[in-house]
Design a protein around this ligand. Sequence first.
Ligand code: NZQ
Ligand code: ZN
Length: 389
Amino acid sequence: MQSFLQFNPTRLWFGQDQVEQLQQELGTNGKRVLLVYGGGSIKKNGVYDAVMEQLTHMQAEVFEMSGVEPNPRLNTVRKGIDICRDKQIELILAVGGGSVIDCVKAISVGVYYDGDVWDIVTRKAVPHKALPFGTVLTLAATGSEMNNISVITHWEKNEKRGWSSPFAYPAFSILDPTYTYSVPMDQTVYGIVDMMSHVLEQYFHLTENTPMIDRFMESVLLTVIEAAPKLLADLNSYEHRATIMYAGTTAFNGLLSSGTDGGDWASHQIEHGLSAVYDIPHGGGLGIVFPNWMKHCAEEDPSRMKKLAMAVFGIDPSDKMDHEIALEGIDALRSFWNSLGAPNRLGDYGIDDSRIEELVHKSFMKDKVGQYKMMTRETVRDILIRSLA
Ligand code: NZQ
Ligand code: ZN
């Protein structure tokens, strides 16, 4: 196990009607508020009204910015920065899924940066200050509500980039599972695939002697595997929405990397290349790429896949070679995601091999891809080709 610091400053309010906690959060953080949201789902499902009720009660001065895209775009971040400066905003409130939250993270650091915020996203500049922001989460998926990561797309360049900063943690996040009742089936599935992928990325680490954190990860995966089909059979179940929502946060709030090297993350980089070029949903892309990355890696060293197969998918190891056990586990993961209705080949999104070199290139937006297994352009191409059909 490696030495580590466990630290997370986000105050997490979890449960029904926790939106009322906005009153004390506003008291602490200021009353000139920029409310940021996406394409309007919060107006249809009542979340906008619930938030506004609290803001009105606190006599907050509210400004609004709507229209944050899924896979949020740089131009929208720039627009938010201008509003914050112009209106002298004291607190930004992100109400939505990972895209809205990621956009707000970039706005909050961009306000205090003199140059173009893309410098921060591309890690050419390091933020030293941020406007405080909080979130009201409406979709269980990314973990952005309790981490310091944000992913922004420069659409004109077809680049999708992740960045992080100690200033990018939400000051607070409100998680009311009832706010996710209206998430449609497909987005619910993408969220489940995404949170499982976050655990898997961290599971594929190279650090020895990490039994405690490995079992934490296996427990999150087992919990999601148990709850997900029940949730899809009853999208309005409080219990299952709550389980999945908490799993999504736990999957990617730092806890599961305690004492490890942090894991692999090549599948995420390959997926970010895919959605930078084709604008597909993040969880949909991961559902296609991840099992193919696992198959690719298992050919060289099946040990970690074997462990996963036995601990999470209950594969019986008797009379089998390591790579057979590993492959059965990967097939079990693939079948599980298929059973939820996740896409399993790029053809499902109408993607063929015509832009494959561009996709390889877009996967290498950081200096390295992968850690459990370092990727080359050839290995990324191999995974993409496996993912086509
Ligand atoms: O825009 P609205 O109208 O709100 O609709 C959204 C959007 O169309 C809808 N939605 C959200 N809550 C809803 C709802 N519809 C009905 N009822 C509700 N309660 O769902 C659609 C997708 O929303 P989005 O925020 O894009 O989804 P998600 O939370 O999966 O976020 C995806 C983005 O996060 C990035 C992804 O790359 C992608 O850009 N990621 C962020 C990470 C992070 N910050 O830690 C890590 C992830 O690996 C990921 O890369
Ligand atoms: Zn993800």
